[in-house]
Every structure is written in structure tokens, then in C-alpha cells.
Design a protein around this ligand. Structure first.
Ligand code: SAM
Length: 289
């Protein structure tokens, strides 16, 4: 039977295995079954789906999620967790643990290899789930956003501040490259905040759970996707500069070309990057080609 992973149970597992959590690996385990339940609910995986989990830890989310989906493949870097996972989820035939660094893992190959469910059918959709290790949240998100077609949805727990950055809209202080990167590929559904007291050990900050629903079509039309992101990055690299200055140099564009692109897009060259919507960035980038 799947455990509930209450605080007492988590402490007891750690004691029995003499397991010491590694801060360096961002190990903060969820100890509230109602939070786990809501994360799994939000992931929305059913018996015909393959779920890829990043960082199963003790198996807190893994075990319960596997009861709902066709198959669950979890990628965990810490070898010391393997004997614990063997106890907590090893009895579930539709769970596979891959002992690897998620940043090194070939996610496309894993999905291709694991898409066949235990009943022999092919998974109808692939969903990602994970209470992400905080020290590599951004590289993980960059990796996932570079593979937008791989997943139907991504239900992730991240630091609250990072979640707010992802959701930020033009004009907000925390609006930036991350907001545009994620919003371009995904529609963001806010699920819940999770107070730091829920975790063992307790992190310094609160967390939030989001579901990123991968869009069938991108949020805006960028003729050259790479150029769109180069334009966004250049704009925010020098946040305090006006667009006419910060965008000079993108794909070799001189100031005159930037001014013409901004004028063509109907954007005042005195504006700054943080005021531009995704659509406006795309308008400018499409004119810098
Ligand atoms: N899912 C568990 C939970 O919610 O209680 C654990 C979440 S904990 C925040 C992050 C997990 O990611 C840890 O188990 C940690 O060992 C694992 N991890 C850290 N770095 C990783 C990496 N590069 N690749 C895969 N897993 C990693």
C-alpha cells in the first residue's frame, strides 16, 4: 500500500536508513499528504498516460502518482535514495527509477523508450511532475522549454518567487526573460502556495505549485524563434536602457535598423523591455530579420 508520507513517516524512513538530507541536492521533502494529493490532482494523469518525475526523493509523490497513471519514470540523482525508493515504490510494477542527473538525461530518448505502458499500449500523453530541486530550477526549466513538444503538461513545485516570475506580465517588476520564455510555450495554471513548514528540512522560502499546459500553438507568432529570444534577452540584459539602445547589435542590427523595427511595430523607442508584451517583442523581432 502507498504510504501517506506524514512528517512522522518521513522521519521514521530517514531514521531507519540513516539518511541525511543533502542541502546541496535541494532535498526538501513534502510531509503533508494533502499537498501531495493536490499536486497529483493538478498533474491530471490517468491510466493511459506516462508520467516523468524529476527528483522523487523518498517517493512522496511517486508512489501515489503511480497509482493513477499508466507508468511512472522517475529520475533521481542521489544513489543513497535508491534503497529507500526500493521500499517505498519498488512494489509498484509500473514505476521505474533512473539514477541520473536530470540535466544530463536524454529526456527524448527516455520518453521514446518508456512510452509503451505495462498493458502493451502506447501512452496517450506524457506529463511531467516534480518538486524541483531549487538549486537548478532555471537550468531544468530551460531544458524543458527546449523540448516543448515532449510533454502535454508540466506540474512543478518551485520557489514562490520563481513561480511569480513565470506568471509576471508586462509592466511588473519581476517580468523578464523567464516569464516570456515560459509564457511563449505554455499556458500557466496557478495551483497553490505551499508554506515552508510543510517540508523536511524546512527551506528558507515558501513554494508554489504551477501546471504549465504546453500550448498547441505558440502564444505569439515569431518568424524566427531564435531571433525572438535573442531580442528578449538583449532587451532585458540592459533593463534600464531604452529599447533603441538595448536592442542595437541584435543580429548585427545598427541603431537605425532598430529604430525602424520599433517604428514599424508602433513602439516608442524610449520604452524599456519590461513594458513590452510578448506580442510586441514578436513584432519587433519579426522586423529585425
Ligand atoms: N519529490 C520529493 C518530495 O517532493 O518530497 C523530493 C523533492 S526534493 C525538493 C528534490 C529532489 O531532486 C531530491 O530527491 C534530490 O535528490 C533530487 N535531485 C537533485 N538534483 C537532481 C538532479 N540534478 N537530477 C535528478 N534529481 C535531482
Amino acid at each position: 500500500m502507498a504510504q501517506d508520507f506524514t512528517r512522522k513517516q518521513v522521519e521514521s524512513i530517514e531514521r531507519r536508513y540513516d539518511f541525511k538530507t543533502a542541502r546541496s541536492l535541494g532535498q526538501n521533502f513534502v510531509t503533508d499528504p494533502s499537498v501531495t494529493e493536490r499536486i497529483i490532482e493538478a498533474a491530471g494523469a490517468g491510466p493511459k498516460d506516462l508520467v516523468i518525475e524529476i527528483g522523487p526523493g523518498l517517493g512522496v509523490i511517486t508512489s501515489k502518482a503511480a497509482q493513477r497513471c499508466g507508468k511512472l519514470v522517475a529520475i533521481e540523482i542521489d544513489k543513497k535514495l535508491l534503497p529507500i525508493l526500493a521500499e517505498t515504490v519498488g512494489w509498484q510494477p509500473n514505476v521505474k527509477i533512473i539514477n541520473e542527473d536530470v540535466l544530463q538525461a536524454d529526456l527524448e530518448a527516455i520518453v521514446a523508450e518508456e512510452k509503451t505502458l505495462p498493458d502493451g499500449s502506447q501512452a496517450e500523453s506524457v506529463r511531467l511532475i516534480g518538486n524541483l530541486p531549487y538549486y537548478i530550477t532555471t537550468p531544468i526549466l530551460n531544458k524543458l522549454m527546449a523540448l516543448p513538444e515532449l510533454f502535454t503538461s508540466l506540474t512543478i513545485m518551485v520557489q514562490k518567487e520563481v513561480a511569480e516570475k513565470m506568471m509576471a506580465e508586462a509592466g511588473a517588476k519581476n517580468y523578464g526573460v523567464l516569464s516570456i520564455h515560459v509564457q511563449y510555450f505554455c499556458e500557466i495554471e496557478y495551483i497553490m502556495d505551499v508554506p515552508k513548514e510543510v517540508f523536511l528540512p524546512r527551506p528558507k522560502v515558501d513554494s508554489s505549485v504551477l501546471t504549465l499546459h504546453v500550448r498547441k500553438e505558440r502564444a505569439v507568432h515569431a518568424e524566427d524563434e531564435a531571433l525572438f529570444f535573442e531580442t528578449v534577452k538583449a532587451g532585458f540584459a540592459q533593463r534600464r536602457k531604452t529599447l533603441s539602445n538595448s536592442l542595437a547589435g541584435v543580429r548585427g542590427a545598427d541603431k537605425a535598423k532598430v529604430l525602424a523595427a520599433l517604428a514599424g511595430a508602433g513602439i516608442d523607442p524610449q520604452r524599456r523591455a519590461e513594458t513590452l508584451s510578448l506580442a510586441e517583442f514578436a513584432e519587433v523581432a519579426n522586423r529585425l530579420i
